[in-house]
Every structure is written in C-alpha cells, then in structure tokens.
Design a protein around this ligand. Structure first.
Ligand code: S3P
Length: 183
C-alpha cells in the first residue's frame, strides 16, 4: 500500500547542502565548521560520524576490518545524509572517489574540492593528532604525490578551491560567493 504522506523524493528537495571534499589535510573540517557558522547550517564531518557509529577510530577500523569495509560504511552514511538539508558536510578524503557517493551528494547541494600542495598537506597532517592509515608510509611525501596523482581525475570533476597560502577568512568569503552564485 502507498504511504498516505509519502516522503519527498530526494531529487525534488532543494540543493542547499555544501559539500567540502578533497585530499587529506586540505582544511575541509576547519573550513566546514566556519562555513556552517556563517550560514547557520549544521556541520557534519563524515569521519567523525563514522567514528561515533563504529565506536573506534578510523585507523583502528582500517586495521581490523580493512579499507573495503570502511568504504562500504562511507557509502551507507552518504545515503543517510542525502535526506538532510542545510548541512555543511566535510567528507573523508576518499569518500568522493566512489561515484555512488559523488552522485548522491551532488543531488543534495554543491560540491567543492579543496586543494593544497603535497608539501603543505604533509606539514598540516604532521601537526594533527589523528592518524591517516593511508599515509603510514616510510616516505609519506611520495605517498601523498602518488595518491594525488591517482585521484586527480576524480577530484577535478568538482569546483576547485586552492587553499595554498590563503587565510581562512578569504577562503570562507570565496566559498560563500561561489555558493550563492551557483546554488
Ligand atoms: C582518507 C581520508 C581520511 C579518512 C581515511 C581515508 C582518504 O579523512 O577518511 O583515513 O582516503 O583520503 P580526511 O580527509 O579527513 O583526513
């Protein structure tokens, strides 16, 4: 039987979300939190949501269950998020490489891809607490270059925002301008 009050189809909901994606250490969470404040939106960070759901760190989950299992968890989370609006979503760096996730998120809002040089990425992540399992390598800079190259075609599908040598204020202003212009 058809429900009396069917849920609105996702496609017809307004595309009011902002999705910040891009490589590890490009500032997605930091900028996302600030952007959400500016817009009076809710901020969500997919890594944080997954850690809460899994009850363990992403590094531990990677070690125990592996990357494939992690990517499956990411996909499940994205599908749940597609029903919500007025969100600023900071994604884990690999989430958008899955075309299912990219398509689903694009239906909810606008996707921006933050970029930085490999050297800056290394410096930023070296100053952060949480462990990136994919960069646990003898030569993390070479690993960053390798992953950036592998991911370039996927990341380039989205509006690029270079974070190199720029202030947070400047970046927020650009994101707000681009969002209102195209939303
Ligand atoms: C990953 C990025 C991480 C996290 C996981 C895998 C990736 O998130 O999801 O370690 O594949 O790029 P951040 O981009 O927030 O570091």
């Amino acid at each position: 039987m058809m429900p009396r009050y069917p849920m609105e189809p996702i496609r017809t909901m307004p595309k009011t979300n902002i999705i910040l994606t891009g490589f590890m250490g490009t500032g997605k969470s930091t900028l996302g939190r600030l952007l959400a404040q500016e817009l009076d939106y809710r901020f969500v960070d997919t890594d944080q949501l997954l850690e809460a759901e899994l009850g363990q760190t992403i590094a531990d989950f990677f070690a125990q269950a592996g990357e494939v299992a992690f990517r499956k968890k990411e996909e499940e989370l994205v599908l749940a998020l597609t029903h919500q609006r007025k969100l600023v979503i900071a994604t884990g760096g690999g989430l958008i490489l899955n075309p299912v996730n990219a398509k689903a998120l694009a239906q909810t809002g606008q996707i921006f891809c933050l970029t930085a040089t490999a050297e800056e990425i290394l410096e930023r992540i070296s100053n952060q607490q949480h462990i990136r399992p994919l960069l646990q390598d003898q030569n993390p800079l070479a690993k960053i270059h390798q992953l950036l190259e592998q991911r370039a075609a996927s990341y380039q599908q989205f509006t690029q925002i270079s974070t190199s040598g720029r202030t947070q204020k400047d970046l927020i202003a650009e994101l707000l301008q681009q969002f209102t212009r195209t939303a």
